[in-house]
Unconditional design. Structure first.
Length: 222
């Protein structure tokens, strides 16, 4: 049985394009130790004072990865997405080094399947996920949208008219609309866990869970 990975384990981020830089920067802000590498010296220099460690090297080269101690990392992120060949070679190298947890960016479902077959534990589709999120937000009814899979979505929205002025118990949201209100934010307050006795006003924000289709129908109620 594999040993659990510590929640503060250092992270190797390969590729400092927009996606990789965003991952490395956020990890640094969360207090994680990061080694960010890229073949482009300009990007490495740009991020040298923003994350814990940076290095310029070509991660397609196994010897280069060995020299920076890549096999000592428990978590690696392959953020190289524009070159399928580079992405595959780097992921294969990390798999050969037996890095326990490999996250890899994919540009297509075919690319993603290849990455999984050669050792990626998690495949990320940032462009596809951003496009799906944008499509749900374009109608103006949803303020934020996170899809965990096709059958579970979290959305932030203003409450539809039929539930305004009612408590969540009175609104019978789950039985009528097959979605659940998980959190409520009143003006000037933080989000709070939803309870049956909370009364919903037209100024509140709510977090709703359910399938994407049901949440869209719920948000469209007038």
């Amino acid at each position: 049985m594999a040993e659990p990975i510590p929640p503060n384990a250092p992270v190797l981020v390969i590729g400092l394009g927009r996606f990789g830089a965003a991952v490395a920067g956020q990890l640094d802000r969360l207090g994680r130790e990061v080694l960010a590498i890229d073949v482009d010296p300009t990007l490495v220099q740009k991020w040298s004072d923003r994350v814990t460690h940076t290095a310029q090297l070509d991660a397609r080269n196994m010897d280069a990865l060995m020299q920076i101690g890549a096999k000592e990392f428990k978590i690696a992120v392959v953020a190289v997405g524009t070159s399928l060949e580079a992405s595959v070679l780097i992921t294969a190298n990390l798999s050969d080094l037996k890095v326990p947890q490999i996250w890899a960016k994919a540009m297509s479902s075919t690319h993603g399947r290849i990455l999984k077959r050669i050792g990626a534990n998690h495949v990320i589709y940032p462009e596809a996920e951003a496009g799906e999120r944008a499509a749900h937000l374009l109608n103006g009814r949803l303020l934020d949208f996170i899809a965990f899979d096709d059958q579970f979505v979290l959305a932030k929205m203003y409450p539809p008219k039929p539930i305004r002025g009612l408590t969540l118990r009175e609104a019978e949201i789950r039985s009528k609309y097959q979605v659940s209100v998980m959190g409520v934010k009143s003006p000037g307050n933080e989000f709070r866990e939803a309870t049956p006795d909370m009364r919903i006003s037209n100024l509140d924000l709510i977090i709703v869970a359910g399938t994407g289709e049901r949440i869209e129908r719920f948000s469209a109620l007038r």
